[in-house]
Write a protein that binds this ligand. Sequence first.
Ligand code: BES
Ligand code: ZN
Length: 588
Amino acid sequence: MPRLDPHSYADDAQPSTVRMNLQLWVDVLRSVVRGEITLHLDRPADGTLDLDTRDLAIEAVTSASGAPLRFELDAPDLILGRRLRVFLDDDQVRIVYRTAPHASALQWLSPAQTAGQQHPFVFTQCQAIHARSVLPCQDTPRIRARFSAELNVPRELTAVMAAAHGPRQYAGDDRAVYQFDMPQPIPSYLFAFAVGDLASIEVGPRSKVYAEPSVVEAAAWEFADIDPLLQRAEALFGPYPWDRFDVLVMPPSFPYGGMENPRLTFVTPALLAGDRSLVSVVAHELAHSWTGNLVTNASMEHFWLNEGFTVYAERRLVEAQYGEPTRVLQAAVGRADLELDIARLSEVDPRLTQLRVDLTERDPDEVFSTVPYEKGYLFLLRLEENVGRDRFDEMLRRYIERFRFTSITTDDLLDFLRVEFPDVIDGVDLAPWLDGPGLPNDAPSVRSDRLNLVIDLAHRWRDGHRPPFEVLDGFGPDEWQAFLGTLPPTLPADECEWFEDRFGLSTSDNAELRVGWLTVAARSNYGPAFDAVESTLMNTGRMKYLRPLYNALVHAGPIGKARASKIFAAAEQRYHPVARSLAKRIVQ
Ligand code: BES
Ligand code: ZN
C-alpha cells in the first residue's frame, strides 16, 4: 500500500477521485453538517478504497444504486484521523455522514461573535489536513477533483463557496438551497464554504467583496486595488484561470490572514486598517491562483513550493503596483520574521528550517512557520539574481504552463529546471537551500536607503538614543512595521511610556502595528499595555497575532504568565480549533 503523502491514508495503488457530488445540510442549532457525498473514481476499485475522515459519523456507505457496501472505520490516529476503508469494485461510492460539533475544519460562531450580532456564522478552513473533518475524501493534494455541491442553510443566511455560484431556491418556510459548481479539478484543501449574514459590493469586472453588511463598505474601500492587481498578475503569470476573484471578509476569529480558496479568497477583517496598507495579503492570495491552486505542492513536505513561490509572486505584484521601496520594506519585515523563526526552530528541531522537510508523524499545523515563505522567497530571489529578471520570468511562466493542474514535489521542480532552464540554477549550491538548516551564506540581502534609515533608528534606540519625532511622524505603515520588527526584544518602562504616549500604537487600527508594538511592550513587562494585549487577544483569532502576544506575556515573568492563562481561559471558546491548540501550546 504505497503512501506518498505522510498526511493521508489515500493509497497510490488505488483509483483517484475525479469528481464529487455533495449535498450538505447545515444545522446551526446543533453545529452539525449532515452530508451526502458521491465520489466518482477514475477507474473501478480493485476491492478496496481508503479514505480520510476525522470525527465523522458514518451513517451509510452504498453503491451508486443504493446497495449497502461493507466498510471499516479504523481507530483514530492523532494526526491523520480515521481511515475509512470501503470494500467495492465499482467506480462510485456514496456516503451519508455527519460532522462533529468540534470538527477541526469548521468554526461555528454565535451571533455575539459576528460584527452584526444578529445571526450565526459558520465557515471552513481545510488547509492543511482538515477537509477530512467535513467530508470523507482522499485528503491529499496529490489528488484533484471537480465537484458540484448543494448547501441547505437557514433561509435568513447566505451561503458562499469557493466555486461558481449557481441559483438559490427556497425549501419550505425556513430553508434556502444554494447550488455551486467547481468545473476545474482542485485538491481537497481548497474546498471551502461560509454561511452567514453576508452582503457584497462589486469592486471590478471579475471581483466582488463579500462581508457582513456593517463591514462591507469599508472592505470594498480597502480592497479597491483588486482589479489592477489581477491585471498585473495576468501580465506576469498568464491568463487568470478561475474566472472570478472574489474576496470574503471573515469574522475576526478567522485564524489566518488569508486563505486562497479558489474564486473566493477568505481574509481576516484585521486587514481593514483603513489605509489600504495590508493589501499585500490579498495580492498573496491572488498569486496563489497560479502558484498553489494551479501548480500545487504534492504534500506538506513541499509546502515551500506553494508559499515560497507565492511570496515571490506577491512581492512582484506589490512592486509593480506600489513601487520598489514598498517591496523592499515588506521583504525586510519578512526577513526579520524569518530570523526569529529560524532561531526558535533551531532549538526545537533544526531540520524544520529546511525548505524540503520530512513530516512523517508530524502535524503540519504544529510545524507552521515563515520558513517555507521567507526562505523560499529568498531562494527564488537568489535564482532571479542569478539569471536576471527577464529570464527568470520566462522560467516562471513556463513552470506554471508546464505544471498547471498538477501536484508536484521539489524534485519535479529540479528536473524541470535542469532540463529546460539549467542557467537558472547554474553555479547555485542548491543543497543548503533545500535540505540544509538556517539561511545559506549566499542569501540575497534586502536593503534600501530608506530601510537603512529605519533600521538605524531602531538600533540607536537600543543604544539609548530616542528616535526623533519628526522622522517617525513621516513614517508610512510599511516603515512602521519594519521599525517595530527591528526594535530590541525589550525596552525600559520609561521608554515604553514615552513612545506609547506619543504614538498610541497600542490602540492603532492597523493590527500589524498594534501587535508589533504590543509584543515589545508586553515582553518589556510594561503594565499599561496589558489591557490592550488582552483586548487584542479577545478580539482576534488570527494566529499571526496570537502567537507573538501570548509568547510575549508568557516570557514577561509570573504576572504576564498568569495574565496569559486568564486571557486564554476567557478567549479560547472564541478561537478556531487550530488557533485554540496553538494558543494552548503556548500558555500551558
Ligand atoms: N495558504 C495560506 C494559509 C494557510 C497555510 C492555511 C497553511 C493553513 C495552513 C495563505 O496563503 C497564507 O499564506 N496566508 C498568510 C498571508 C501572508 C503570508 C501574506 C497569512 O495567513 O498570514
Ligand atoms: Zn500563502
